[in-house]
Design a protein around this ligand. Structure first.
Ligand SMILES: CC(C)=CCC/C(C)=C/CC/C(C)=C/CC/C(C)=C/CC/C(C)=C/CC/C(C)=C/CC/C(C)=C/COP(=O)(O)OP(=O)(O)O
Ligand SMILES: O=P(O)(O)OC[C@@H](O)CO
Ligand SMILES: [Mg+2]
Length: 235
C-alpha cells in the first residue's frame, strides 16, 4: 500500500511493551486517525512488535514501526521511522546504532520505506531522554537551531519535538513551526484532551498521541475529532 506520511495530521503511538485489549485496539484503529505508530523506548522486542503489528494489520489504517532496537525490526510495515536524537550527548543515538544497522543490513534495505526523524527531546524526565542522555536544558534559540539543522543541514523529512509524558510549550512549538518550510513538524507529549489536541494541532503539522490511550481511551479518541476540527491545512 502506498501511503503518504506528509499529509498525516493525527497519529496514535502504541507501545508494544504495553497491553491493549482487542476491543480498545479496534476503536483506536477505526478512529479516523491517519496512522498507527508502533514504538517505545524500552522493552521493545521482536515478539511484542510482531504481535501488535499483526493485530493492527486487520484494519486498513497505515502502520509504521518507529525503530528503537534493531532486533525488533520485521517486514510488514508501511514505513520504518528511524529516530536520530539531535540533542543527545551520546553519538550512538545520533548516528552510531544507525551506522551499525546499515553496515549489517544495508544491502537488504528498501530505502523508500525508511524515514529518518530528527528528534529533539525536551522532557528531562522521560525514558527516551534518560536513555539517550539528551541535553534538555535548551533555550528557544537552541531548539530553533536544531530545527534548522534538521531541515537545511541534514534535510530530514521530520523534526519531532518530543515531550513524551508531559505537555509542551505551545509558544516554542509555534516558533519552531515558523522556521520550518520543507521538514514536517511532529509534536508529541502529554496530549490528554480535545483542548490540548486542538491547541497543538494548530501549531504542528502532525500530532502524536500516546500514553493517554492506556489511561483514558475516550479522551484519546476525542483527540482525533479535535484535530479534524482545527481546520488547519497540512503543508
Ligand atoms: C523490512 C526489513 C526487515 C528491513 C530491515 C531494514 C532495517 C534493518 C532498518 C533499520 C535501519 C536503521 C538505520 C535502524 C536504526 C537502529 C537504531 C536502533 C537506531 C536508534 C533509534 C533511537 C535513537 C532510539 C532512541 C529512543 C527513541 C528516541 C525512541 C523513539 C520512541 C519514543 C520516544 C517513544 C516513547 O517511549 P515510551 O516508552 O512510550 O516512553 P514514556 O515512558 O516516556 O511514555
Ligand atoms: O505518550 P505521550 O505523552 O502522548 O507522547 C506521545 C509521543 O510523543 C511519545 O513518543
Ligand atoms: Mg509512552
Amino acid at each position: 500500500m502506498i501511503v503518504d506520511f506528509q499529509t498525516w495530521r493525527h497519529v496514535f503511538k502504541l507501545d508494544p511493551a504495553k497491553t491493549i485489549p482487542d476491543g480498545q485496539l479496534e476503536r483506536i484503529c477505526e478512529s479516523g486517525t491517519d496512522a498507527i505508530l508502533i514504538g517505545g523506548s524500552d522493552n521493545v522486542t521482536l515478539d511484542n512488535v510482531l504481535d501488535l503489528m499483526s493485530r493492527v494489520r486487520r484494519f486498513t489504517v497505515p502502520v509504521v514501526l518507529e525503530v528503537s532496537a534493531i532486533d525488533s525490526v520485521t517486514p510488514g510495515f508501511d514505513y520504518y521511522f528511524i529516530p536520530t536524537v539531535l540533542n543527545s550527548s551520546d553519538p550512538r543515538w545520533i548516528k552510531g546504532l544507525h551506522h551499525e544497522a546499515i553496515r549489517e543490513y544495508g544491502d537488504l534495505m528498501d530505502w523508500e520505506e525508511l524515514v529518518p526523524e530528527g528528534y529533539c527531546i525536551l522532557n528531562p524526565a522521560c525514558k527516551a531522554a534518560e536513555l539517550t542522555k539528551a541535553d534538555t536544558a535548551l533555550s528557544t534559540e537552541d531548539v530553533l537551531a536544531y530545527a534548522r539543522m534538521a531541515e537545511h543541514f541534514f534535510r530530514l523529512p521530520i523534526f519531532y519535538l518530543e515531550y513524551s509524558g508531559t505537555y509542551g510549550d505551545p509558544a516554542l512549538v509555534r516558533e519552531v513551526k515558523n522556521v520550518l518550510k520543507e521538514t514536517r513538524l511532529f509534536y508529541g507529549g502529554g496530549v490528554d484532551s480535545a483542548e490540548k489536541a486542538q491547541e497543538m494541532a494548530q501549531l504542528a503539522d502532525t500530532l502524536v498521541v500516546g500514553n493517554i490511550i492506556y489511561e483514558d481511551l475516550e479522551a484519546a479518541l476525542a483527540t482525533v475529532q479535535a484535530v479534524a476540527e482545527t481546520g488547519k491545512q497540512s503543508l
